[in-house]
Ligand binder design. Sequence first.
Ligand SMILES: Nc1ncnc2c1ncn2[C@@H]1O[C@H](COP(=O)(O)OP(=O)(O)OP(=O)(O)O)[C@@H](O)[C@H]1O
Length: 315
Amino acid sequence: MSSQALQADHRTGAPWDTGQQGIQIRNLNKSFGKKHVLKDITVDFAPNRVHGLLGANGVGKTTLMAVILNHKFRSSGEVLIDGEDPRENAKVLERTCFIHEDQKFHDDDTPTSLLRILPRFYPEWDAALAERLASRFRLPMGTRTVKLSRGQRSALAIVIGLASRAPYTFMDEPYLGLDPAHRSLFYEEFAREIAEHPRTVILSTHLIDEVSDLLENVVMLEDGQVTLNADIDHARDSAFVLRGLEPVVRELVGERQVLREHRLGNILSVTVDGSATDDDHRRAAQSNVSVEPVTLQELVAARGMRGMDNAEMSL
Ligand SMILES: Nc1ncnc2c1ncn2[C@@H]1O[C@H](COP(=O)(O)OP(=O)(O)OP(=O)(O)O)[C@@H](O)[C@H]1O
């Protein structure tokens, strides 16, 4: 076991056993009828890291998470969690938690009844944490979930996702309906939890700049395939923006791949695939062109545009 995977449990002082081997996916395919959504995906999600699963609407993020956890059947390919196939594998599945956008609950459940029942399903459940988070999110504990607002249902799902302490936690746009103050609260509690109890998190989100400080790794889906799996700093370094008068910007871009461009008056901004070289910086300075880093949000928007034939953009 790596030292990174072994943390002290702050309550008991006992070693904190986290996800250790991560998730390995090989040649994974998923089709719905004739629609081929996941196309021969091979990717590893390293253990004990927070992975942002990013991409345009409809590109297959939810499907990928659901197929990893066998909530949806794969068409072909291999998935291993901690070295084991999760299909009908209770030992693996009890180490996972999946919270969905617009999480559904049984109508008759209340936050109180759920927080009483769920520890049976999550061996690492922390009841004190669940109570503290429920109180911070001001959940009406006795109200049936059918009567909760959308934001309150999201808050309840977040409480469950964090309190489960599942070594493999999947969060699919978990903040829907949360107002900015409650989203900030989620980010604060998430950061605290992950620092104290590292685990492997796969978080899909469109609020990329808002969550980028929480992410350690970025996995980008485009047109059913993984086109980027990189440390967040490398991801940011995988493209750059040249901004200036069109002829000089075009000359600087040369033959390189353009991810996106837009014009404001006679100023052209081009997002270029790859890293800016020392030569780019020197030539740009001589021609009055600025070389700017991309934000993660811009990067996903720029790359996502290329998948527009199969996915709608919402970034
Ligand atoms: N049960 C299903 N039957 C048929 N098609 C489906 C089914 N579930 C998903 N799809 C299709 O698979 C594609 C991927 O959907 P998915 O929900 O995984 O995308 P996503 O990247 O999570 O999108 P978003 O960002 O909008 O949540 C979409 O074209 C969707 O219509």
